[in-house]
Design a protein around this ligand. Structure first.
Ligand SMILES: Nc1ncnc2c1ncn2[C@@H]1O[C@H](COP(=O)(O)OP(=O)(O)OP(=O)(O)O)[C@@H](O)[C@H]1O
Ligand SMILES: [Mg+2]
Length: 631
């Protein structure tokens, strides 16, 4: 059951997300690929200003280093751009001096040239080092933030935002930022800087030359602008397409068991093939766009150089322009136009990084729908004679973000220390009740009180200590069996861990594992069965010693003796705690103090097990059917 539910993710009602903006890609829907409309939901709405605020907050702690890096680059560029100027000087002044047998100017030029080259090399090295540190720190910080934030977001968010998309945020998107920071940004800034330097130098050398070079920027600018507009679209489509490939991959591998069980391989192959091809086509579109741009920009640049050289040559012949200045101008023009085809590439990496940053900012701007209280209240102290807590559902209404109301109006009081069994048909709302009590969600209306305190007013830590839920999907984290039990109470000693395992009947199987309690549950030999996982989850809950324990079909994978052992342990160790036990097996229910029968989000029967069996209601029918099945 657990695994079967994972494949249904794309179609579940919870997946529908009305308040998320659509991307430009209209092709995501209607392809029948089965991945649904992840296309138009890849981007969460990013509040205006969130992206630049994120960037500022990432760079703020390293302001000094950013200034240093920029200064290094400015100096390095100055050293680089001095070269052609020195050539002009050599031609126009040093050579005539040489003719007069004066070697001084030429030697000075040669030395200056060498010094500039050395300085530019040294400065570049320092710049790379400084820039590398800045980018590493930014990425480190960003990855950490994504993880912490995603982990802190409510269950409700994770039901809508698939893990595939989270993974693509922290991999593909962070990677595209890394590309920009490590490769593109420095080049982009260098190009812009050299444009400024060269334009100023050309204007200074010769007003006419400078003006001509500046004039050539007009068609180039138009070309770049046109390219960026088109590239923006194709790159967006491409990133959406690769995200779809990743999502499909992750989803399939997560649900590999049902995939096998239902022989979905061929269908999945076909679906993946469609997505894979779409990505390939998008990639092709992007390359083509790039090629058009490169050809266009070279054409403009070469025409400009030819025209300027032609015009300047006439001026040199007329004596209006020094030969050295023409030489320097040609060198500068080459430097000016050479990086233009790469400029397209840098702008792309800049653009895709900007898009990625926007997506990350959108994720980081999500606030938990189950927030920490602004003014937290403490729970009253427990009396040791009554280690349980009273639970009250006071006029609770609840609907999932999508879909109709699951609990229409729910009132229920569980006195401290009572063990309540909840039974009812599939989809009646039992698990919803349990999740509300554990505050995975907040009610749409009404309140849930724990010892008189609204769950929304409780600090999350206190709530987690006081209310523990065990479900059928007993999840084990990587680590040892002991670590997994100790999650219930991290400060517990080994003796306490073993005692909890013994009480629950898990000690025997754990002791038989290759390394006993120190067996790594994810390593070879550490594999444990579904029932054993549930036992570990129970030991964890027992160790946590909560005031309220919720079991949602938590014994569904245990055999009858195993279930009995767990029940006995619960009855003795958790004596006096408030317990909500959701179960389909009536054997589990019989030990409860009280039974609730739920239908369509309402309680239709409420009484002691014996009382209900004696009556003529649904529970009595269920019980009779169960009795018949035993004989
Ligand atoms: N995450 C969710 N998003 C949207 N709807 C949900 C979600 N979880 C449950 N529902 C809907 O809420 C209703 C009650 O579900 P719930 O899981 O509480 O039932 P249940 O009584 O625990 O059933 P079962 O016996 O099968 O476990 C169902 O109609 C279900 O489709
Ligand atoms: Mg359920």
């Amino acid at each position: 059951m657990t695994t079967a539910s994972t494949t249904s993710a794309p179609g579940t009602p919870g997946d529908d997300d009305p308040d998320v903006t659509a991307t430009a890609d209209g092709t995501g829907t209607g392809t029948g690929t089965g991945t649904g409309d992840i296309f138009d939901r890849d981007v969460l709405p990013t509040p205006p200003g969130a992206t630049s605020a994120l960037l500022r907050s990432l760079l703020a702690p390293m302001k000094a280093r950013v200034v240093l890096t920029t200064t290094l680059l400015l100096l390095q560029q100055a050293a680089v751009q001095a070269g052609p100027l020195l050539v002009a000087y050599a031609i126009d002044s040093a050579v005539p001096a040489l003719r007069r047998d004066d070697h001084g100017p030429l030697i000075a030029v040669a030395v200056a040239y060498l010094l500039c080259a050395l300085a530019s090399g040294g400065l570049q090295y320092l710049f790379f080092r400084a820039a590398g540190r800045v980018s590493q720190d930014v990425l480190l910080d960003l990855r950490g933030r994504i993880f912490r934030h995603a982990q802190a977001l409510s269950v409700d968010f994770h039901e809508r935002y698939t893990s595939g998309r989270l993974i693509s945020r922290s991999t593909t998107d962070v990677e595209s930022l890394r590309e920009l920071l490590d490769e593109g940004l420095q080049e982009l800034v260098t190009v812009i800087l050299s444009f400024v330097y060269i334009s100023v130098l050309l204007l200074w050398l010769d007003l006419g030359l400078g003006a001509a070079a500046l004039a050539s920027f007009v068609p180039l600018h138009l070309l770049v602008r046109n390219y960026r507009r088109r590239a923006d679209r194709v790159y967006r489509l491409r990133s959406t397409a690769i995200a779809a490939v990743i999502v499909k991959f992750v989803e399939t591998m997560n649900g590999i068991r049902p995939v096998r069980a239902f022989r979905r391989e061929a269908a999945n192959d076909a679906e993946f093939g469609v997505l894979n091809h779409r990505h390939e086509r998008r990639n092709g579109d992007a390359t083509l766009e790039m090629a058009r741009y490169v050809v266009g920009s070279r054409l403009v640049a070469n025409t400009a150089v030819a025209a300027i050289v032609l015009w300047s040559a006439y001026r040199v012949a007329d004596g209006a322009l020094a030969l050295g200045v023409l030489a320097a101008a040609v060198l500068y023009l080459r430097r000016l136009y050479d990086p233009i085809d790469r400029l397209g590439m840098f702008l792309n990496s800049y653009q895709s990084a900007a898009a990625s940053l926007e997506k990350i900012a959108g994720l980081l701007a999500q606030t938990p729908s189950v927030p920490e209280p602004a003014a937290p209240r403490r729970l009253p102290a427990l009396e040791s004679a009554h280690p349980g807590r009273e639970v009250v559902f006071d006029g609770v209404r609840f609907a999932y973000r999508t879909g109709g109301e699951v609990l229409p109006r729910f009132d229920l009081t569980l006195p401290a220390g009572q063990t309540v069994a909840v039974v009812g048909t599939t989809g009646a709302g039992k698990s919803t009740l349990a999740k509300l009590l554990a505050r995975f969600y907040d009610p749409s209306d009404g309140r849930i009180l724990l010892s008189g305190v609204d769950l929304r007013d409780l600090p999350v830590r206190e709530l987690r200590r006081g209310v523990v839920m065990v479900t059928q999907e007993a999840f084990l984290f990587s680590g040892t069996v002991a670590d997994n039990i100790a999650i219930g109470r991290p400060e517990a000693t080994r003796e306490e861990i073993v005692a909890a395992a013994r009480a629950i009947g898990a000690h025997e199987f754990i002791a038989a594992l290759p390394d006993g309690y120190d067996t790594d549950v994810r390593k070879r030999g550490g594999r444990i069965s579904a029932g054993q996982r549930q036992l570990v989850a129970f030991a964890r809950a027992l160790l946590a010693d909560p005031a309220v324990l919720i079991l949602d079909e938590a014994t569904s994978s245990l055999d009858i003796p195993g279930e009995r052992a767990v029940q006995r342990a619960m009855l003795t160790v958790l004596k006096g705690r408030t317990a909500v036990v959701i179960a389909h097996r009536l054997s589990t229910v019989e030990t409860a103090d009280r039974v609730l029968v739920m239908e369509h989000g309402r309680i239709v029967e409420d009484g002691t097990p014996a009382g209900l069996v004696a009556g003529a209601g649904r529970f009595a029918d269920l019980h009779r059917a169960w009795q018949d099945s035993l004989t």
